[in-house]
Design a protein around this ligand. Structure first.
Ligand code: PHB
Length: 388
């Protein structure tokens, strides 16, 4: 090529790459795709792909590009990946975050880079206070634990042992359940904790059995419920007369069907059931299963699906402008219907407001489901509400 042609070719390249940068909004999606929390990564990744298949890959004149990274749920890795995505890939939005420590580790990067951090999975109340750029589409543990405590007292449960994973969301679940249960007149016999990594529930379950309470209240994160139930049965606690009550993380749709009939009758509180009775949810479950070899969507999946709805909705409001401050402002107060029911983003806290359902595990069409039988509408995070 002659020099003039070379120059023209170079100019065309520069123009098209500039146009690409301008017309593409990149989302850095950081999820645990391997390791103990892999089911969360798999569910959210599938939901993000489904949302884009249903709603298109461009919005407000911008092409949406998702860059998926596996942080193996190690917070130092999450932080390094977030940094690389912001600095090298120039993502406009960070999203995902399978566990609380990963969401927390990324908060300073979101603040410094002024990049929205859309938390699709993690559930510790204080996460949204770690950066003004954090917006949450998942849930808080207090949202489920407080209604569970209220139900327990009203239904004749007087003495409870709690058992939680020993980190942010578990401590929130323990405290919000215990405070509400005691305030309503119940007695907490013991607060027990198990490690997050490779938990062995046996010694703690022995203590719970010895305490002879009316019920055992449990939180373990999504992905650990089946292992907990297995050890609960192995210890004979299903026959001890002590009821099992929980946050819906334990009776997770991703694993529920494999837990066996021993969980039939377990009462729990949560934001989403694949059995939720709405036209939108029926379409969602069907489409999700079809795209994922029959995999049933769980509560983590709707965090991802609604996180994408939040991002698309905000970009529509800003006419495609991907400036972090404008996007967060657009996200505040957004309200729409999710497969879980009506949801909105609290303008003051950037946290999700959603219905919490009291459910009972039951057989429906030969499969185990969390069947909703009572609704507490529009629940704000009780921990932040109490600080006001
Ligand atoms: C969290 O780490 O915040 C977390 C993870 C899984 C859950 C709930 C909370 O099911």
């Amino acid at each position: 090529m002659r020099r003039r042609e070379l120059l023209i070719a170079a100019a065309v390249c520069t123009i098209s790459s500039a146009a690409f940068a301008q017309d593409t909004v990149k989302i850095g999606l950081i999820l645990p795709m391997t390791g103990q929390q892999a089911s969360t990564g798999k569910q959210i990744d599938a939901a993000v792909k489904l949302y884009m298949a249903q709603n298109g890959t461009s919005v407000a004149g911008k092409k949406i590009e998702v860059i998926l990274k596996d942080d193996t749920s190690v917070p130092d890795v999450t932080k390094r990946l977030a940094q690389e995505l912001v600095v090298n890939d120039k993502v406009a939005i960070l999203a995902g975050f399978g566990i609380t420590p990963s969401a927390m580790a990324t908060a300073p990067i979101a603040t410094q880079a002024k990049v929205p951090e859309v938390v699709m999975a993690a559930g510790t109340s204080s996460i949204t206070e770690a950066s003004p750029f954090i917006v949450r589409t998942s849930f808080t543990l207090a949202q489920s634990a407080v209604p569970m405590a209220e139900w327990a007292v009203k239904n004749g449960i007087k003495k409870v042992v709690t058992m939680v994973s020993d980190y942010g969301p578990g401590i929130d679940a323990e405290k919000s359940f215990s405070d509400k249960f005691k305030a309503d007149g119940g007695t907490i016999v013991e607060n027990l904790r198990v490690p997050l990594r490779s938990p062995d529930f046996a010694p703690v379950l022995q203590k719970a059995a010895d305490a002879k309470a009316d019920a055992l209240f449990v939180f373990v994160p999504s992905g650990s419920g089946a292992q907990f139930v297995k050890q609960f049965v192995e210890r004979g606690l299903d026959k001890s007369g002590m009821k099992l009550i929980a946050t819906g993380d334990v009776t997770d749709d991703d694993q529920l069907n494999g837990m066996g009939d021993v969980v039939v009758g377990v009462i729990n509180a949560h934001n989403y059931s694949a059995n939720h009775d709405s036209a939108l949810n029926k379409t969602y479950v069907e489409a999700f299963k079809k795209a994922n070899n029959g995999l049933r969507p769980n509560f983590m999946s709707v965090g991802g699906y609604d996180g994408m709805a939040l991002i698309y909705g905000a970009l529509k409001k800003t006419n495609g402008a991907a400036d972090g401050e404008k996007l967060v402002a657009a996200m505040k107060g957004m309200a729409w219907e999710s497969p879980r029911g009506p949801i909105s983003i609290d303008t003051d806290t950037r946290d999700i407001i959603q219905n919490i359902y009291i459910r009972k595990v039951d057989k429906v069409g030969g499969e185990l489901y969390n069947v909703e039988f009572a609704t507490i509408p529009n629940v704000k995070d009780p921990v932040k509400a109490a600080k006001k």
